[in-house]
Design a protein around this ligand. Structure first.
Ligand code: PGA
Length: 256
C-alpha cells in the first residue's frame, strides 16, 4: 500500500516573530508547491497565526506543538484545540517526549489530549518513544506498546475517528543529541509499532497508517531512513530551523 510521506518541522521554543515569519517565507519559497510529500510546520503558539497566514494557499500545513485536554475554561496558560483551529492550524503534536518528560504529561493525559485534538477536528501526530535507560534495559517494545495502547485502545472498532492520525516514533535518546537511530534500529521499532496497531485496530488500518521517525534527522540521514519499508516520514526538530536543510529533507528522494 502506498503511503504518502509526511515530513514535519518542529520549531520547538526557538525563533521570534520576525524569525518565524522569515522561516515560513523561506520554507514556502522552497516547498510551497512540493508534490508527493505532505509538509507541516509546528511553530510556537504566538507565531501560529502569522505563519499560517504566510503559508495560506500553499501545500504546507501548520500545527500546534501541544494542546489542552480541555475545550475551554479557567486554565491559565493552556491552549485549546478549537483555538488552534481558529488561527489556521490543521495539525497538532500530541505527547511529544518533551511534553511527557519536562511537563509531566502522563499516558492518561496524552490520551485525553488525543481525544481533544480529534474533537477539535485537528489531525494529530501522536509521538511515542523510549528513553535511553529503557532502551538499555531492553524495554523499547514494551514502552512503545504501553504508550500506543493507552492512547489508542479506546478506538478499537472505531477507527473512522482516527482517519487523520499520524504516529511519530521518536527515541528520546536521539532527540536533539545528534544520535540518530540507524535506519535498521528505527525500522525494527516501526515494524513492531505497525504490528501492534494491526492487533489493536486492524490490519488494513495499520497498513494505511503513516509512522514518522524523529530524532536528530538531517538531510544526510533522511534518504536512508526513508528507504525503510515502515518509515513513512520524519519529524524534524533542529534541522527544520534551516529552510534549506529542511527542504533537502523533504526532497529526500532527490538525494538518492
Ligand atoms: P531533533 O528533534 O530533530 O532536534 O532531534 C526532533 C523532535 O523532537 O521532534
Amino acid at each position: 500500500m502506498a503511503r504518502t510521506p509526511i515530513v514535519g518541522g518542529n520549531w520547538k521554543m526557538f525563533l521570534d516573530l520576525a524569525g518565524a515569519v522569515q522561516l515560513a517565507t523561506d520554507v514556502r519559497h522552497r516547498l510551497g508547491s512540493v508534490r508527493g510529500v505532505e509538509v507541516v510546520v509546528f511553530p510556537p503558539f504566538p507565531f501560529l497565526k502569522s505563519v499560517a497566514d504566510r503559508l495560506a494557499e500553499s501545500a504546507i500545513g501548520v500545527g500546534g506543538q501541544d494542546l489542552s485536554s480541555e475545550t475551554s475554561g479557567a486554565f491559565t496558560g493552556a491552549v485549546a484545540g478549537p483555538m488552534l483551529r481558529s488561527v489556521g492550524c490543521s495539525h497538532v503534536l500530541v505527547g511529544h517526549s518533551e511534553r511527557r518528560s519536562v511537563f509531566g504529561d502522563s499516558d492518561e493525559m496524552v490520551a485525553r489530549k488525543l481525544a481533544a485534538a480529534l474533537a477539535a477536528g485537528l489531525k494529530p501526530v501522536l509521538c511515542i518513544g523510549e528513553n535511553l535507560q529503557e532502551r538499555q534495559k531492553g524495554e523499547t517494545f514494551s514502552v512503545v506498546t504501553r504508550q500506543l495502547r493507552s492512547a489508542l485502545a479506546p478506538y478499537a472498532g472505531k477507527t473512522d475517528a482516527l482517519a487523520d492520525l499520524v504516529l511519530a516514533y521518536e527515541p528520546v535518546w536521539a532527540i536533539g543529541t545528534g544520535l540518530t537511530a540507524t535506519p535498521e534500529q528505527a525500522q525494527e521499532v516501526h515494524a513492531h509499532i505497525r504490528q501492534e496497531i494491526a492487533d489493536l485496530l486492524g490490519k488494513s488500518f495499520a497498513a494505511a497508517l503513516r509512522i514518522q521517525y524523529g530524532g536528530s534527522v538531517k538531510a544526510s540521514s533522511a534518504p536512508g531512513l526513508m528507504q525503510q519499508p515502515d518509515i513513512d516520514g520524519m519529524l524534524v526538530g533542529g534541522a527544520s530551523l534551516k529552510a534549506e536543510e529542511f527542504a533537502q529533507i523533504v526532497k529526500f528522494r532527490q538525494a538518492n
